[in-house]
Design a protein around this ligand. Structure first.
Ligand SMILES: [Cu+2]
Length: 127
């Protein structure tokens, strides 16, 4: 029996502090995202094809219509998008969307970016 060596992809992607990374795993016939809610801004999807045939990852909504390249089985590809708040459809666009119809789809919710955690100091009256 062969053992699979799994190297965490996120170890290499922490260069930009504000960027969010979402691990995505494609297989027959699912799209599994490490999280389905992100904050508005730059989001990098680290898309891994864990299946046995080629898949891809596509994001549609709020004026965004972009996808990864076609990813051969057992390979990975990153996809970085700038997303604004809203609801996005994610799916595999392969084979005339028959993969999507087979279940490779999901929903991504983008929330407004964080407000500053610390409130601005109040001005003292009459200062
Ligand atoms: Cu697919």
């Amino acid at each position: 029996m062969k053992r699979l060596l799994v190297v965490p992809a996120f170890l290499a992607t922490a260069s930009v502090a504000s960027a969010q990374a979402v691990a995505v795993t494609l297989s027959e016939w699912k799209v599994v995202m490490a999280r389905d809610t992100v904050k508005a801004g730059s989001v990098t999807f680290n898309v891994k094809n864990g299946g046995t045939m080629a898949h891809a990852f596509y994001v549609l909504g709020e004026g965004v219509a972009k996808g990864s390249r076609e990813i051969p089985a057992r390979q990975e590809a990153p996809l970085t998008l700038t997303l604004k708040p809203g609801t996005y459809e994610i799916y595999c666009p392969m084979s005339d969307q028959s993969h999507k119809m087979a279940g490779m789809k999901g929903t991504l919710v983008v929330t407004a970016a964080d407000k500053p955690a610390v409130a601005a100091p109040k001005k003292k009256p009459g200062a």
